[in-house]
Design a protein around this ligand. Structure first.
Ligand SMILES: Cc1ncc(COP(=O)(O)O)c(C=O)c1O
Length: 399
């Protein structure tokens, strides 16, 4: 017989509390702080010297063209904007763009690509485990777990020495089982800013190939580190060495179209036939989850890339974002020898060598908001905030 509790229908009111993402909590705390001098380096988006996240001029121009020329908003199908994916292909793959064992599809942002890629893996091999370096972007583990795949963590970053724990990483890959997945950050590692060197990418590629591990590269910041081509070096190295690779790509940062949700999923298998079969599963999974990706942002990106003048101007606007990231890094790095490592890392994020208590003290005393881990966004700082920020951090380091 059912007990009274079992018999009671469970409704929405029975749902447990959600442990909300710590970064979302930080945004709420910062918004609620009335101090006008507050500094928000917890934010995950690019900001210019005045502290704004402007729409790129090329995107505005592309949106105008789109508004004038688009004749229908009829359905596009699960593959979304096929021309968009064709145009992303050479940017991501370089001289491998002609390899017809590699196929790609538009997704709702990098998150959509990650979810779709892990869904595909769970369909092919539900027993695969996903090796995830720590720390990683906080949304990686829940996305992976939502597909039912198991996570195996390994230490990625040495906070004492500001360097990748490469020996530990290789040891973890050596311990992995054939069929396991290795999640890698393509460039501009979030949250540490510590990327693999060319030699380290090559070593990871050969272990993956030898041990039959499946590399899954998440590249959300191409062009924010060393350059569009340079930042794709890791992706291309993995593709050259490994029979199977999955890539989750995002345009949300490098085209500054965050809320429009623009990304793509690419995959390589051993043959054109098996790639076509895998892509049929990709379309099926996409159909179940979002039917088709949102069109507007990808259409604007497509117009930029398909219009020579706009494409060239995008390179300029992207270089300006990258130059600002790297120049703020240099400014912080030159303030104190203990911060010099920040000038050698890439992308928007780095971690400060601060304890949780020190991070909380910066919040209370100086209205500086960063993640408890000490992760901060270098371009969360407007030009006139950099000196005050570094002075407060140096004061905390001296205490
Ligand atoms: C490492 C990493 N991967 C993927 C994403 C997802 O980006 P999108 O906004 O395109 O979903 C982010 C966004 O912050 C990220 O930091």
């Amino acid at each position: 017989m059912l007990s009274e509790t079992d018999a009671r229908a469970r409704g929405l009111a029975d749902l447990p509390e959600v442990q909300s993402d710590s970064l979302l909590q930080l945004i709420a705390l910062c918004n609620a702080d009335p101090r006008p001098e507050k500094i928000d380096v917890g934010v995950g988006v690019f900001r210019d010297g005045e502290g704004r996240t402007p729409i790129l001029k090329v995107i505005k121009d592309a949106e105008r063209i789109l508004w004038e020329t688009q004749e229908t908003k009829s359905y596009l199908g699960s593959a979304g904007d096929k021309r968009f994916a064709e145009l992303i292909r050479p940017i991501l793959l370089g001289d491998l763009a002609d390899d017809d064992r590699i196929a790609g599809v538009q997704t709702p942002g990098g998150c959509g690509a990650l979810r779709l890629g892990f869904e595909l893996i769970a369909t092919a091999n539900p027993n695969a485990r996903v090796l995830v370096g720590t720390p990683t972007w906080p949304n990686h583990p829940p996305i992976i777990r939502s597909t039912g795949l198991q996570i195996v963590e390994y230490p990625y970053y040495d906070r004492e020495n500001f360097a990748v724990r490469f020996d530990d990483m290789l040891a973890a890959l050596d311990d992995a089982r054939p069929g396991d997945v290795v999640l890698l950050h393509g460039c501009c590692h979030n949250p540490t800013g510590a990327d693999l060197s060319t030699d380290e990418w090559a070593a990871v590629a050969s272990v993956c190939e030898e041990r039959k591990l499946l590399p899954f590269v998440d590249i959300a910041y191409q062009g924010f580190g060393r350059g569009l081509e340079e930042d794709a070096e890791g992706v291309r190295l993995m593709l050259r060495s490994c029979g199977e690779v999955i890539i989750a790509q995002s345009c949300d940062k490098n085209f500054s179209v965050y809320r429009d949700r623009v990304g793509s999923l690419f995959l390589k298998t051993a043959s054109t036939d098996s790639t076509a079969r895998a892509m049929a599963h990709v379309f099926q999974r996409a159909r179940e989850m979002w039917s088709m990706p949102p069109d507007h942002g990808a259409a604007a990106v497509r117009i930029v890339l398909d219009t020579p003048g706009l494409r060239q101007r995008w390179h300029g606007e992207l270089a300006a974002m990258r130059d600002r990231i790297n120049s703020v890094r240099k400014r912080i790095a030159s303030a104190d020898p203990r911060l010099s490592y920040i000038g050698e890392q890439f992308g928007m994020f780095s971690m400060l060598p601060l304890s949780r208590d020190q991070v909380l003290e910066l919040r209370e005393k100086h209205a500086i908001y960063m993640a408890d881990s000490g992760r901060f966004n270098v371009v969360g700082l407007s030009d006139d905030q950099v000196d005050r920020f570094t002075a407060a951090v140096v004061e905390a380091l001296d205490a």
